[in-house]
Design a protein. Structure first.
Length: 178
């Protein structure tokens, strides 16, 4: 679904067409769920947070600015909802690196020992560090997109990403970055 079509659906929603929002949800639900799941690490919480994120998107649809990508706007809502949930629970779940849409052979590779160690190290990161690692390395977002989603400067994104990588390096190698 391209950006122009998403913008057209948003306009329909703003004019009272709830089926247009259903189409937006249907198109984005798997990507949003996977993103949330990688942050919260638990299926039931991920479903709840994703649903809450879509409700928040519906309630705040009038704030969407059409010069931005709808995906980025929605992604920001989902990431914020997920981070708020993690912070509220003060519990860090084990990060699941498994892409539920990947074929079984790819899933087996993701579950090997090395990725397990990486998953544990990422899971121990603070929510802010975990978010930038996930966005950059698992969602392949640009620094600019990450800055927009997190509502921070690009320099702050780069700084957080650098710090997160150094913490991961230390956790995986046992060597301090000092």
């Amino acid at each position: 679904m391209d950006d122009d079509y998403c913008r057209a659906l948003v306009n329909k929603c703003l004019n009272g067409d709830t089926e247009a929002f259903d189409e937006l949800v249907t198109h984005h639900q798997f990507a949003m769920y996977n993103t949330v799941y990688r942050i919260v690490g638990e299926q039931d919480d991920a479903r709840d947070v994703t649903q809450a994120g879509f409700i928040k998107a519906w309630e705040h649809l009038h704030t969407y600015k059409s010069e931005h990508r709808f995906f980025s706007w929605l992604y920001r809502i989902m990431v914020n909802e997920a981070l708020n949930t993690v912070r509220a629970k003060r519990v860090h779940y084990e990060l699941k690196l498994v892409d539920h849409h990947a074929d079984p052979a790819d899933r087996e590779l993701l579950e090997d020992e090395q990725n397990s160690d990486l998953a544990k190290a990422i899971d121990r990161l603070s929510p802010d560090y975990k978010a930038v690692i996930l966005m950059r390395h698992f969602e392949d977002l640009s620094y600019k997109e990450m800055a927009q989603i997190l509502d921070i400067d690009e320099k702050t994104v780069k700084s957080r990403l650098y710090s997160a990588r150094m913490k991961l390096r230390e956790a995986l190698t046992g060597r301090s970055t000092d």
